[in-house]
Each structure stands twice: as C-alpha cells, then as structure tokens.
Ligand binder design. Structure first.
Ligand SMILES: [Zn+2]
Length: 294
C-alpha cells in the first residue's frame, strides 16, 4: 500500500453563528438578529448533516461552547450521527484578546460543557480565526496541559489575519516552553515557493476547486491528511447580510451560493477517504517533526 492509499481527508466545520465572524466583531447586532442567525446556524448545520450522511462521510465539528447551551439538541445530534465534537472556544474570542489564565478557563469551560451536553469526550480544539500565531504562542502550553489529544489552529500559510508560514504542512508536535501537543494543520498547497491556504474560505468559495484538490492531493501523496474547514453559514446563501465594509462583504459572501454544490463535488471526489480528525490523530504512528513558534 502506498502512502497515498493510507491518507485521508478531514472535513471540519467551525460551528458558530454568522454574527460571530471576525469581520463582524465591531458590529452591533440586535437580539433579534442574533436569534435569527442562531436559528439559521442550526438549520444549515442540519442540512450539512444530511449531506454528509448521504455521502456516508464522517467529519469533525468544532463547536462554540455557548452553542451547547443555546442549541443542546443540535450538539447531541451531531455526536449521535457519529461525527466528532471538538471545541471552537467558549464564545469565539480570538486568543489575542485573552491572557493565558483566561484562555485556560475558556478552554476548560467549552470542553466541559460540550462533553456534558454531547455525552462524548471532546479531544480536539480549533482556535477562533486560527489565532494560534507568534503573538499568542503562550497558548501552546495551555493546550499542552489541557489533556486534549490534538489542536488544529496553526495555519502554515501567510494571511492578513493569521498564519505561521514556516510551520510544517503535515502533522507535527507543536512545542511550547513546558509541553507539546499534536497539531493537525489545515491543508495548504505548496506552489510558487509558498504555502497557499487552500483548506477553505476563499479557496473553497472563490477559486476553482482544482486549487483545493491540488493541495489535498499533494498532502495525500506524502501520506498526510488534507484537513479542510467550512462554516455552516457558508452554506446559507439566503441569510441576511451583515453590514460589513465593501472588502469584508466581498470576502465573506463571494461564491456562497455555490458552496453546497462544491461540497458535493468534494464528497464525490474523495468518497471513502473521509475521517474524523480524532481518528487521524489516534492513528499517527510514524515520527513527526517538532515545531516551536518563533
Ligand atoms: Zn470560527
């Protein structure tokens, strides 16, 4: 068996209401808007569950902790369908806005609440907006000491809001001052001498899917998983638009009407290859590199 036959694709979903996106942090949302985006988040997530079930694909859902309180049935249903529940923080604040102590509390609260509500262990974490960066490298020790099995918050690419371009593109040990944690980085495509962040976002909604597939295929050839990420709101073309500036508006909504069909193409293309991130994490047996931020 070649390495590529062993390698997998991880479909991951960051489950948050649309008003929690980074571009909207400065906006005021009325309680009515928040409730509407909450309802829409649940409906979109349920449509995704149906789409994945039809393709017999399992994935990982990184859920904002507060959603376990506001939408407990949804969280239980995701777990009951066999998908992994991971933590996507308590209330979707980027790590830049926390201290190590506050992050420890945030992580503990989100993991415990999700576990209690879902009735399954929570062993993986993804920071809001991939906010494990050189400015928040203190977070590594908090993660290492958390008891979690893995993290998926380091984007090995250059981006205006996140990214560590020199981090490995394949699974690695993220090393802190006192400990380390397994890191499953989102997929990138090594091209033109740099790592293109093809795992989701604009590369999923704006560019031809060929870019995303090229990155995933490149990783699979080296025996590494292709970790992709999506948000339920990206599959809700009818949702009321947030009053964003022109650039943020474009980046947020471009291609949104095609997302469901595009996901279907990916589900067909990689049928039989989908694994939950926790399964990929548990099966890593070969040595992987160490990487320390900064
Ligand atoms: Zn998020």
């Amino acid at each position: 068996m070649t390495a590529s036959e062993n390698s997998n694709v991880v479909l991951s979903f960051d489950v948050e209401e649309h008003n929690r996106i980074e571009a909207a942090t400065h906006l005021h949302c009325t309680p009515e808007m928040k409730a509407d985006y909450g309802d829409r988040m649940e409906a979109s997530t349920r449509r995704l569950l149906e789409q994945l079930a039809a393709a017999e694909a399992l994935g990982t859902f990184y859920v904002v902790g507060e959603i376990a309180i506001t939408h407990p049935k949804l969280v239980r249903d995701i777990a009951a369908a066999g998908h992994e529940i991971g933590s996507h923080s308590w209330d979707h604040r980027r790590l830049h806005r926390l201290t190590p102590e506050r992050f420890r509390e945030d992580l503990h609260k989100s993991v415990n609440t999700l576990q209690e509500v879902a009735g399954v262990p929570v062993l993986g974490y993804r920071a809001p907006t991939f906010s494990v960066t050189p400015a928040t490298s203190w977070a590594v020790d908090v993660l290492a000491e958390s008891g979690l099995k893995y993290d998926s918050s380091v984007f090995p690419a250059r981006h205006d809001r996140y990214g560590i371009p020199n981090a490995p593109r394949t699974p690695f040990w993220l090393v802190g001052e006192r400990g380390r944690i397994l890191e499953l980085p989102p997929a990138t495509y090594r091209r033109f001498g740099q790592n293109l962040p093809v795992a989701g976002g604009g590369y999923f909604r704006l560019f031809p899917l060929a870019f995303l597939r090229a990155g995933v295929n490149q990783l699979m050839k080296s025996g590494a998983p292709g970790v992709l990420y999506f948000h339920p709101w990206e599959f809700d073309p009818e949702q009321p638009r947030l009053p964003l500036g022109q650039m943020a508006r474009f980046r947020t909504y471009v291609g949104i009407e095609k997302s469901t069909a595009r996901l279907d193409r990916l589900l067909k293309r990689y049928r039989g290859r989908f694994r939950r991130a926790i399964d990929v994490a548990n099966e890593i047996d070969a040595p992987i590199p160490d990487f320390k931020i900064g």
